[in-house]
Design a protein around this ligand. Structure first.
Ligand code: F6R
Length: 612
């Protein structure tokens, strides 16, 4: 979480940092702040509670002319959301300013070395500013002061520091594996940002700060250091994607824009990968040999949140087409239960951001065990892609809304492609099935377009249901992951209590909740478990529960049973989750909209979760 930035250059540092913070806002938007170095040395600090727009408004009148500074957008971990806890944090005299992302685990212990009254915030960050200032008072330069301080701190975090003693230089450091930092080289400037998505309009080359590395930079030069203080060489890399302009176009929210982008996004995802004329799947990015593929004895999928829900669909595909025993693990639990892994285990991680701390930790665990690793990611060059042996990119374009939509559909498509690809090499997939699935997948952009046409109907349903406070989502088979995802979308942007269950579980507890005040969303396409879903719906109706049913195109048998019927577009039954999720995204969107909520930046959430 937390977006951090440091900049030294010719351009006006204040405006550039504010622009960078705006691009990093999806990492947290509780409060934000900026510290600019005056040419005479002193630091000018502005902090503001709320979104970056509030900071921009506040700095309008007093943004000093400066060529270097640091900035921060906060997702609160230690201390309430208020101005005192907003970064940058400083020492008592304001000589040193620090922005920080991650957690300093021993901050309480470190604070004991200072008298309590010097602290003006409840954060874990502030003590670092006092420690650096103390080191500098004893004659250390900024780099040495940061190094000595970080040697005493524990945890996994990144910091960026500016000091009035040398206002034209900035020091940034990364402690441990989480909280990545990217150093960007622009024409007349050097900057450091939490991830590549900030300042892509000026950055020409990048390099990544690895764990326990430091960089000291001015507008002209960046020098990298190891934890022990030796200079290290870093390779400069091309920016792995073109700068894309973020704008809402005709849409009111990024979430709605991104939902609507799905037909085109999926066209980009499948382009060149599914080929009907040759009846083959092409995944050139896979760095795993046919022998290794044949040796795989187990697949473990890891991810968090929506990405984890998508892996439940991936597991179906892997077992069905590649016939490899597969399991799904919540990445945050994976490493704590000492999973049994070996070199023939294929670990497939899904993380649209490529920076999710729990997914990174699971991947590190898999790496230690020598597993083969494939990651499915939307952001080139991010941390997951640097750990995995192979990265398969979603090619969706940046997802800005906190609620993931298009990247979930893309990740399900890629797990489908991957399962077909592995199945062919392992000889578990007939060419007829492969051809049929390729043709079915190539129809997805059309089906997704048809799903979007349901928006008006869903908006009407939302107007009848947006005042309910509890919802149950039920699905079976491939409908189950979509039930959990539908519930997740609704709760995160509408703050409605929504739970997703395997429909078979209903009688084992959740049915006790059913009454006229708890509507059920039943995912009931005509597949092998359709009749069972019908009996779930009957049991709900018998208890006065309202039912919104998602059914196959042309299905009329539930017309007298469900309160609302949403007819899904025609799609191959195995690909139905990829299309069925769209009406549920729209339902969450329209309900949140009718409740008047901040859809793109829901309370308490951040798009990239970089702390445990
Ligand atoms: C929900 C949502 C989150 C993310 C989760 C994992 O809409 O966006 O649940 O899916 O934080 O993020 P990534 O995919 O970046 O690892």
């Amino acid at each position: 979480m937390c977006g951090i930035i440091g900049y030294c250059g010719k351009d006006d540092a204040g405006t550039t940092i504010l622009r960078g913070l705006k691009a990093l806002e999806y990492r947290g938007y509780d409060s934000s702040g900026i510290a600019l170095a005056n040419p005479n040395g002193s630091l000018s600090i502005t902090r503001s509670v709320g979104k970056i727009s509030a900071l921009i408004e506040k700095t309008k009148l007093n943004l000093i002319a400066s060529s270097s500074g640091i900035g921060h957008t906060r997702w609160a971990t230690h201390g309430a959301v208020n101005e005192a806890n907003t970064h940058p944090h400083t020492d008592q005299l304001g000589k040193v300013a620090v922005v920080h992302n991650g957690i300093i685990e021993n901050f309480e212990t470190l604070k004991k070395n200072f008298s309590p009254e010097i602290f003006s915030s409840e954060t874990d960050t502030e003590v670092i500013a006092h420690m650096i200032a103390l080191e500098m008072d004893s004659g250390q330069n900024l780099l040495q002061a940061v190094q000595n301080t970080l040697h005493k701190a524990t945890g996994s975090f990144s910091i960026v520091v500016v000091s009035e003693l040398n206002p034209h230089k900035i020091v940034a450091a990364r402690k441990g594996n989480a909280s990545g930092l990217v150093v960007g080289f622009a024409k007349d400037a050097i900057c450091v940002v939490s991830d590549i998505t900030a300042l892509t309009d000026i950055i020409e080359h990048i390099t990544f700060l690895d764990a326990n590395e430091y960089v000291e930079f001015s507008s002209k030069e960046a020098i990298f250091y190891s934890d022990t203080g030796e200079e290290i060489d870093k390779k400069e890399l091309q920016l792995p994607f073109e700068h894309s302009v973020q704008n809402l176009g005709q849409f009111k929210h990024y979430m709605l824009k991104e939902i609507n982008e799905q037909p085109e996004a999926i066209l980009d995802t499948i382009r060149g990968r599914y080929q009907s004329d040759t009846g083959s799947i092409y995944l050139q990015e896979l760095q795993i040999s046919s022998e290794q593929i044949c040796d795989i004895n187990r697949v473990v999928f890891v991810g968090m949140g929506t990405s984890s829900n998508a892996t439940l669909v991936g597991r179906h595909y892997m077992e069905r087409f590649a016939k490899i025993p597969s399991e799904v693990d919540n990445a945050s639990e994976f490493r704590y239960r000492q999973p049994i892994l070996d070199k023939n285990t294929l670990v497939i991680s899904v993380a649209q951001s490529g920076e999710t701390v729990d997914t990174l930790a699971a991947m590190d665990e898999a790496k230690r065990a020598g597993c083969m690793q494939i990651t499915i990611c939307n952001n080139p060059g991010t941390q997951t892609t640097r750990i995995a042996d192979s990265s398969i990119y979603m090619r969706c374009g940046q997802e800005i809304s906190v609620a993931s939509t298009k990247t979930m559909t893309a990740s399900m498509v890629l797990m489908h492609a991957l399962a077909l690809y592995l199945g062919k090499i392992r000889g578990t997939l007939s060419s007829e099935t492969e051809q049929q699935q390729i043709n079915a997948a190539l129809h997805l952009p059309v089906a997704l377009g048809q799903a979007l046409e349901l928006s008006n109907q869903i908006e009407e349903i939302a107007s009848r249901y947006h005042t309910f406070d509890d919802f149950l989502f039920l699905g079976r088979g491939l409908g189950f992951p979509i039930a959990i995802e539908g519930a997740l979308k609704l709760k995160e942007i509408s703050y409605i209590n929504a739970i997703g269950y395997a429909a078979g579980e209903m009688k084992h507890g959740p049915i006790a909740l059913i009454d006229s005040q708890m509507p059920t969303i039943a995912i009931a396409p005509r597949d092998t478990v359709f009749e069972k879903m019908v009996s779930n719906i009957q049991q709900i109706r018998a208890r006065q529960g309202k039912v919104i049913a998602l059914v196959s195109h042309g299905e009329k048998s539930l017309n007298n049973l469900a309160d609302e019927i949403i007819e899904l577009p025609e799609v191959d039954p195995l690909l139905s989750p990829i299309v069925t999720v769209v009406p549920l995204q729209l339902l969450a969107y329209h309900i949140a909209q009718k409740r008047g909520l901040d859809i793109d930046q829901p309370r308490n959430l951040a798009k990239t979760v970089t702390v445990e």
